[in-house]
Design a protein around this ligand. Structure first.
Ligand code: CA
Length: 226
């Protein structure tokens, strides 16, 4: 997985970096909140390890901005020296997914990151996903829309899987490109043309598609039923 570490303490940052890289992950490091936020927004990561006590913009602020201003749903594991309940609750309020108090075991950081990424990708179970008239079976990769079978390319399936992992949630172009192309650099209009194909395949008899382009932000799959 691709991980961003935002941590100002050199020893901790280096240990984390070396451990995750030795385990085969691709790791980026930022030493303050602002450059961490900038990296998190401009590139695509599978997870972020975020220290709370950072110079300049603090970790809580970074997390809040990621969730509220950028609408990013990247899993965030917070690391901190603080072991107070209020601090933990504040981190969750700001959108953190998990919490580890220093000192921590490097293996535990990796295990928690793995769990967060698995959960985000909806790979915890192989149950069918149903959103209104759309049914997706992750075990067989079969897609049904308004009662008919829909055949999709591998990349379109990956895009659909990602959108279905959070109905109504807007996924950024970077998130979707990362899901479908991984580390490869897609052509500049590849995402748009694949989304066009996906929308056309999933357009109902009413002429409407549950897949929506959210102008300037990305795409989402709209769910009518509650
Ligand atoms: Ca710190």
């Amino acid at each position: 997985m691709r991980v961003l570490i935002i941590e100002d303490e050199l020893d901790i940052a280096t240990n984390l970096y070396d451990h995750l890289e030795a385990r085969g992950h691709s790791v980026d490091l930022a030493r303050d909140g602002l450059s961490g936020l900038h990296l998190a927004v401009s590139e695509s990561f599978d997870a972020i390890v975020l220290d709370l006590g950072l110079p300049g913009m603090g970790g809580l602020c970074v997390c809040k901005k990621l969730r509220q201003e950028v609408c990013s749903d990247v899993p965030v594991l917070v690391l901190t020296a603080r072991d107070l309940l209020d601090d933990k609750l504040k981190a969750f309020e700001c959108g953190a997914d998990d919490y580890l108090v220093k000192p921590f075991a490097l293996r535990e950081v990796e295990a928690r990151l793995d769990a967060l990424v698995r959960r985000r990708c909806g790979r915890v179970t192989d149950r069918r996903v149903v959103v209104d008239d759309l049914i997706y079976d992750p075990a067989t990769l079969a897609v049904q829309f308004e009662g008919r079978a829909v055949h999709l390319s591998r990349k379109c399936l990956r895009l659909l899987e990602t959108l279905l992992s959070g109905p109504n949630r807007v996924f950024s172009r970077a998130d979707l490109e990362h899901a479908a192309w991984g580390g490869e650099q897609p052509m500049s209009d590849s995402l748009r043309s694949h989304m066009h194909i996906l929308r056309r395949a999933l357009t109902g008899s009413s002429g409407l598609s549950p897949i929506e382009n959210v102008h300037g932000v990305g795409y989402r799959i709209a769910k009518r039923s509650v």
